[in-house]
Design a protein around this ligand. Structure first.
Ligand SMILES: [Zn+2]
Length: 181
């Protein structure tokens, strides 16, 4: 049981400690109020409290097992970078009613899902699609924002097309009618 270990054991090299800061005010002084194994794969879930602003939030610390890489569109290979993915999600959900916790959980889920595939090299397009399918269910505005950056829409016409698609799929959900083909 990892969660039962004293904190010093967490630094034994199996776990890479990510620099944790308060997602609300950016302060680095945090108190752990609860710690347990996560139900979402190989992460330790910690409930933390910011000593500066008093906000509570959850962090997921990953146990490094097999390293895996993201293959970019231009063929470059990069380490999978959860904080970078979180940053992209944060930007896409700016001013939407979605908590940082929810986004962190999404990043952790995507990572554990990727790990379960056992693949060592994962095309960035696959990760983008995983994010988009989740955002689509969560928040349409965030989805459009993420998709517009991720898919690099060439012009407003493309954005418009994506919005129409979202709207028409919502219509279909409300009234499942057969559409002319
Ligand atoms: Zn804070």
């Amino acid at each position: 049981m990892i969660s039962a270990s004293p904190p010093s054991c967490v630094r034994d090299g199996k776990t890479r400690r990510l620099p944790v800061r308060c997602p609300f005010c950016g302060h680095p002084d945090l108190k752990v109020v609860d710690s347990r194994d996560s139900e979402v794969g190989e992460a330790i879930r910690r409930r933390r409290e910011c000593l500066e602003c008093g906000q509570r939030f959850t962090t997921y610390e990953r146990i490094e097992t097999v390293p895996f890489y993201v293959i970019k569109k231009d063929g470059r290979r990069e380490d999978f970078d959860p904080p970078k993915l979180f940053g992209g999600l944060k930007k896409a959900t700016e001013k939407r009613d979605i908590s940082p916790e929810r986004l962190q959980a999404m990043v952790a889920q995507i990572e554990s899902e990727l790990r379960r595939t056992g693949r060592v090299e994962i095309p960035s397009a696959d990760i983008g699609e995983m994010v988009m399918s989740r955002l689509k269910d969560l928040d349409e505005v965030a989805y459009i924002r993420f998709a517009s950056v991720y898919r690099q829409f060439m012009d407003l016409q493309d954005v418009r097309g994506e919005i129409d698609q979202v709207l028409s799929s919502r219509q279909r959900e409300k009234a499942p009618a057969s559409r002319p083909r």
